[in-house]
Design a protein around this ligand. Sequence first.
Ligand SMILES: [Zn+2]
Length: 429
Amino acid sequence: MITKRLSTLLLTSCLSFASYADTLIHAGMVITANGDQVLNNVTIVVADNRIKSIDSGFASASAGDTVIDLKEYTVMPGLMDMHVHLSMQHGGPQTYLERFSNNEADYALNAAHYARKTLMAGFTTVRNLGDSYNETVALRKAINSGKAVGPRIFTSAKSIATTGGHADPTNGRNRMLTGDPGPVDGVVNGIADSRKAVRQRYKDGADLIKITATGGVLSVAKNGQNPQFMDDELEAIVSTAKDYGMTVAVHAHGKEGMERAIKAGVNSIEHGTYMDKDTFALMKKHDVYYVPTILAGNFVAEKAKIDGYFPALVRPKAAAIGPLIQRTFARAYEAGVRIAFGTDSGVSPHGDNAKEFVLMVEAGMPEMEAIQSATIHAASLINRQDELGSLMSNKLADMVAVKGNPLEDIRLMLDIPWVMKNGTVYKSH
Ligand SMILES: [Zn+2]
């Protein structure tokens, strides 16, 4: 009896506490990312980690409420980068030696450092598409339990490649160090390996699958665009991933390899350098997202001009493939391909993610659509549009603000002064 009364009392006081502890955000302008909706002079009410309501006018606070004054700012949903590598950052020739000197702990601590930078740049959600030792699975757990600061992470853990393919971790090593990596390490040949590699990632705690369907720029291998998976391997990867509720993200530069993957039913094509009008049609038909990573292309094209920055096998690939991505993006956008924002940060420095917005707008995408690609479209790519990607009641309280109007000057995104994730303010100045 006493216990029951006590618990009723506790419940009542908790409830009244919650209603007293609302956060009222007075926002001068809001880009909700529900279509092209823009609101002026509203109050966003946040209770715990969710948006309770968005009301017109600047509501006055009840006792205990916190008021955040963003009357001079534009508030948007938290930004989402669909392609990052938090555990590394390319820094010239020595990067290729790090795989011989770094241990798991080095990668894990790097990842924690870069995750914080990414959040401070306004990116409240990322897809991590490739790590080394499942360190981004551990980081996701640490962030979700409040032991580390960073964005919401959806990770593929270690990418899946074929022998000698773009994410074979032993590429470029001498025979003594090469060994014969298998599905646990993310190297597959044939159907059984492909299934096992997906199941291993499920067991390891990955959220999705990343494969390297064609050659890549930065691996120590000759070809940057050859197809590297056969149809039966792709089919095995996609159907197994579906069984475990995982989507499949595909690194691809060459046309043949990416078209095989699209036909197999994957969810996104990353980079997509040599896609053409047939590929655009195929992507639209199969409802596949394009994640362009223009920033990475431009970055490696610049670095390829420096002697010794890349190994001899890598330099010509970086010079040839890098500069093409922005043009591919422009054509894909014009063709009506669905686009989700992604930078491949880790190739370029973490925290510079928003430079991609500038490159997208420069290539012809209107500012509003560029912001939607990093919010509602990204949320839809990871099947979280019910909780993330736009500002409306009941969604998670992930949001950022810039001073001024980013629809008039997209460069405002380069320095995000205010960041809230899951109802907590991480940055305010
Ligand atoms: Zn990548």
